[in-house]
Design a binder for this molecule. Structure first.
Ligand code: BGC
Ligand code: CA
Length: 450
């Protein structure tokens, strides 16, 4: 496997090394024909090829590299079809040095669902606020076309028994309002504690998209809980959100004062601190590991070393990740960080979400790993998780990895707002991309292929 990666890198680097000719393959064929004329010439040609192969990695790292051959990492929004979730493998394997970095969505979704269920079970005596025997919850959905958001909606419905099957999986559509339990998108679930059975109902759920089109919108979630609580507030026993940005907005608008446990995702510092004030819990998607991996795969590709360096294999500074914090799926060319539940029991350990992960916090030597320029965008500069947790971490790791990163903040609505600012890709050595919409990879790869 490792050998294969090296061999492929050497081949592409060799093509670049060949007199900067765009049709490296043609030249090789011509040389081979010529070489076949005499045995001596053939031997010489073989030697030249071997030498080129050996010199290739360094040459590729410092010489003129076409934009389409530069290292590229997608992060946080995985190139995929927003209706079917199918991965966009063309984008994920755009060139030899293309990867995705995110987190294990299914493992995290299951953790979130289980966290909510366990909270209900251990607080069963007080949770049913109006005493009608129904545990009612409302759900804030981030983006109906984002596979991570879909997974979280499914995870909660699965754990609480409110999911309904659709096309072989749990339906993740928003229900609108369902106070009477008559909806078909979800069903009433049940939870049994101490021999007693309680009904669990998804009273309402909606995609939190603002009028301008921004998804995962915290302000929209704050408005939604105000609307919902005004008409059926007594029935709401639990508030669940696909992320902390929306969760905290709902907590501050209503649930904190009404002592209704609210659950989010991301373990942003403000949400973790709120656990002391009644926020139910959140999930850490190990942004400290993801931010590292995002820049690390670029660093490795730029250094021309094995992609596992400083990841599964310790680098020269001692940086290494253990396999309990991430998985690599080679077929998907994707690194996934693993999630951890953050509750009243362990939140003290998660109070600052911007601390670098200690096992990968060693500075790289600037001689062996010289400074390189990276273009990186955040799809929405106002996104709570990306701006309050992910970007501060990236800014710490860029120093440790000797990368000079230009951070571009988008408006969360239009891809062109971001791609317009990738006018001169030739200025950069590598790219890190966070799309507005997971279908839009070609808007970026198109620019790099020009
Ligand atoms: C986070 C959300 C964030 C989204 C942006 C998710 O992984 O949990 O909080 O809004 O990424 O793409
Ligand atoms: Ca109730």
């Amino acid at each position: 496997m490792k050998k294969r990666i090296f061999a492929l890198a050497a081949v592409s680097a060799m093509a670049l090394g060949l007199a900067g000719c765009s049709s490296g393959g043609g030249e090789t064929t011509a040389a081979a024909t010529e070489a076949a004329e005499t045995t001596a010439a053939a031997t010489e040609a073989a030697e030249t090829t071997a030498a080129a192969e050996e010199a290739a990695p360094t040459e590729a790292a410092s010489g003129e590299v076409a934009n389409k051959d530069k290292p590229l990492v997608w992060f946080n929004r995985q190139p995929s079809n927003s209706s079917t979730g199918e991965l966009d493998m063309a984008a994920l394997s755009f060139n030899e040095d293309t990867y995705y970095v995110g987190f294990d969505a299914n493992q995290g979704a299951e953790l979130q669902g289980t966290m909510v269920k366990e909270y209900i079970e251990s607080n069963i005596d007080t949770i049913d606020r109006n005493g009608d025997g129904i545990i009612g919850y409302v759900l804030a959905i981030g983006d109906i076309g984002h596979n991570d958001s879909i997974a979280r909606t499914r995870g909660v419905r699965k754990a609480l028994g409110t999911g309904v099957e659709a096309n072989g999986d749990i339906n993740s559509d928003p229900v609108g309002t369902n106070t009477d339990g008559s909806a078909t998108v979800v069903q009433d679930g049940s939870i049994e504690v101490n021999g007693q059975t309680y009904v669990v109902r998804e009273l309402a759920s909606q995609e939190m998209k603002n009028s301008a089109g921004a998804t995962w919108d915290a302000a929209t979630a704050g408005n939604a809980i105000n609307t919902w609580s005004a008409s059926f507030g007594d029935s709401i026993d639990v508030v669940v959100s696909n992320n902390d940005g929306m969760g905290m907005s709902m907590f501050n608008a209503w649930s904190k004062d009404n002592q209704v446990p609210t659950f989010g995702y991301d373990a942003n510092s403000d949400a973790v601190a709120a656990i002391a004030e009644g926020y139910g819990g959140t999930i850490s998607q190990h942004a400290d590991v993801q931010a590292y991996l995002t820049l690390r795969v670029l660093r490795n590709a730029l250094d021309g070393v094995d992609i596992d360096t400083g990841i599964g294999t310790a680098d020269d500074a001692g940086n290494v990740l253990s396999d309990d914090v991430y998985v690599y799926n080679a077929d998907q060319r994707s690194y996934y960080a693993l999630n951890v539940a953050v509750t009243a029991e362990n939140y003290q350990d998660f109070l600052d979400s911007t601390v670098v992960y200690a096992p990968v916090s060693n500075q790289l030597d600037a001689t062996a790993h010289p400074s390189k320029k990276v273009w990186l965008n955040i799809y929405n500069a106002a996104d709570n998780f990306l701006s309050a947790t992910y970007q501060p971490l990236l800014q710490k790791y860029d120093d440790l990895l000797n990368l000079e990163v230009d951070y571009i903040g988008g408006d969360g609505q239009t891809e062109s707002n971001i791609t317009n600012r990738l006018g001169n890709p030739s200025q950069y050595d590598a790219f890190a991309i966070n799309m507005v919409k997971t279908d839009n990879a070609a808007s970026y790869t198109g620019l790099l292929s020009q």
